[in-house]
Write a protein that binds this ligand. Structure first.
Ligand SMILES: [Zn+2]
Length: 212
């Protein structure tokens, strides 16, 4: 009831074209530039990156990450679901740093992974955890970033038996994803695919809206 009232007072408008009743409408999603540049080697069997980090996709990710607009996770998750095959033992999120989760009150990668798991009717598995808080990466060089995230992840609880789908919102250098995959593999899950919503097209290491 409250939801309905809110929708009546503040209806959803597409952030791309203003269409009523959508956060991002299908036409704007279809127009968003798909990512086609080479992918970083992160140790996964398959890496899927849906979009270039620009236009409506960038805007939606910023709203999801920094403005508390959790409902964008569902829209963005549908683009991941459309991109990956469906045969996985489970879906795992690349968790944000604890300090950021505490600040935001939620983890955008977890919201995305849970939505993907729901849509694919697969189990969501919270096994991947940060073992230490890595500092903000924007000012670090590529090499410093790799060092910064080394052994930053671990696995808690039972392993999944079969191929794992790891979900994250943005990939820049791929250093964080690489470390996460090392932790998943160390826990005995050797088949890992990664699906990411977006990656910058040029000079991703300079991106201010970074991984995590
Ligand atoms: Zn639109």
């Amino acid at each position: 009831m409250f939801e309905r009232l809110l929708q009546w007072i503040y209806p959803d408008l597409c952030i791309g074209c203003g269409k009523l009743g959508h956060l991002v409408c299908a036409a704007c999603l279809a127009r968003a530039p798909r990512y086609s540049d080479p992918l970083p080697d992160v140790g996964a069997q398959h890496v899927y990156v849906c979009f270039v980090y620009t236009a409506v996709i960038r805007q939606a990710l910023l709203l999801l990450k920094y403005c508390g607009k959790r409902r964008y996770a569902r829209v963005l998750a549908t683009t991941l679901v459309d991109t990956v095959p469906r045969a996985y033992a489970g879906v795992v999120a690349l968790p944000a740093a604890e300090s950021r989760i505490a600040h935001r009150g939620y983890d955008q990668a977890v919201l995305l992974a849970q939505s993907v798991a729901d849509d694919l009717q697969l189990p969501y598995c919270p096994g991947l955890v940060r073992t230490r808080d890595t500092t903000a990466q924007a000012h670090l060089s590529r090499q410093q970033r790799a060092h910064n995230v080394a052994a930053a992840f671990g696995w808690r609880g039972p392993s999944l038996s079969g191929r794992v789908l790891l979900i994250d919102d943005i990939c820049t250098t791929g250093a964080t994803v690489r470390e996460a995959i090392l932790a998943i593999k160390a826990a005995g899950m050797l088949e890992v695919d990664v699906a990411v919503v977006a990656r910058g097209k040029t000079n991703p290491s300079r991106s201010n809206e970074r991984e995590g």
